[in-house]
Design a protein around this ligand. Structure first.
Ligand SMILES: Nc1ncnc2c1ncn2[C@@H]1O[C@H](COP(=O)(O)OP(=O)(O)OP(=O)(O)O)[C@@H](O)[C@H]1O
Ligand SMILES: [Mg+2]
Length: 253
């Protein structure tokens, strides 16, 4: 059985809330590789939405389509009902989208303050920045660390700083690609709390992850991608109990 049948019910629930983002029948071919193969997915305003799928399923490509760093070969991307398929990344950032890609770099030889100063400079005047830095740091549990050199922070703290940098533009939607990669269990738990806190401040958050304990802690609507398509969409508990999803993770489908 293709678990997409579950999606109809969930899609109806989601459509009760205004979709903030919609991906409609998106295809992306890189050379000969079909990274996305007719992906359709809708994100409701104000939700946390998790995206799962085996390696190579098209998850990061999905984010590149949303952010506009790559264009679809076919299909449409809508932001609050507006077609942004051909809009460049900076235009989408201005509309309220922000992303922390996999392996996002922070500058180890600079202080935490200096790392945040760079993205904040685009939206704020110099005298407003110290206050914004402290506000962002407290959102990610790093208050009081502004003058520390980034290379002296733990891996988890550096990742939270990267999240704070992605929040510098006050986005409406934050895309996080594997935010807990390389983190300890304790750091992952804290990351889930940070995401809940940001979401409580009305930020819609889409999270790509493999870490099941972390996704369980987020307890969010979850989409599973497989071969560049939506394979299943449901609550995390239903997804975790879905034998078809278990099978694709084990590589037997
Ligand atoms: N720029 C590119 N050029 C060629 N192939 C690409 C490119 N980007 C992605 N691909 C291919 O497209 C497919 C989907 O890649 P993508 O990075 O979206 O997967 P993913 O679901 O994020 O995987 P992972 O869990 O490993 O991060 C893969 O087969 C990948 O090798
Ligand atoms: Mg990826």
């Amino acid at each position: 059985m293709n678990a997409v049948t579950n999606c109809k019910v969930e899609a109806n629930v989601a459509s009760a809330v205004r979709p903030i983002l919609e991906v409609r029948d998106v295809h992306k071919v890189f050379g000969g590789v079909r990274a996305l193969n007719g992906l359709s997915l809708s994100i409701a305003e104000g939700e946390i939405h998790c995206v799962l799928g085996p390696n190579g399923a098209g998850k990061s490509t999905f984010f590149k389509m949303l952010m506009g760093t790559e264009r679809p070969t076919m299909g449409k991307i809508l932001y609050k009902g507006r077609d942004v398929t051909r809009m460049p990344s900076f235009g989408r950032a201005r509309l309220g989208l922000s992303v922390k890609f996999q392996n996002m770099r922070v500058f180890g030889d600079l202080t935490v303050f200096q790392n945040l100063f760079i993205p904040l400079r685009r939206s704020y005047r110099a005298h407003q920045i110290p206050e914004r830095v402290e506000a962002l740091l407290s959102q990610v549990g790093l208050q009081g660390n502004a003058q520390r050199l980034v290379r002296e922070l733990s891996h988890g703290q550096q990742q939270w700083l990267a999240i704070a940098m992605s929040m510098a533009s006050d986005p409406e939607i934050l895309l996080l690609d594997e935010p807990t990669a390389g983190m300890s269990v304790e750091e992952s738990t804290k990351t889930a709390a940070i995401i809940h806190e940001l979401n409580a401040q009305k930020v819609t958050i889409i999270v790509i992850e493999h870490d099941m304990a972390f996704i369980r802690a987020l307890s969010a609507r979850t989409s599973v991608l497989h071969y560049g398509q939506l394979f299943a969409q449901s609550s995390f508990d239903e997804i975790a109990a879905n034998p078809d999803v278990r099978r694709i993770y084990l590589g037997t489908l």
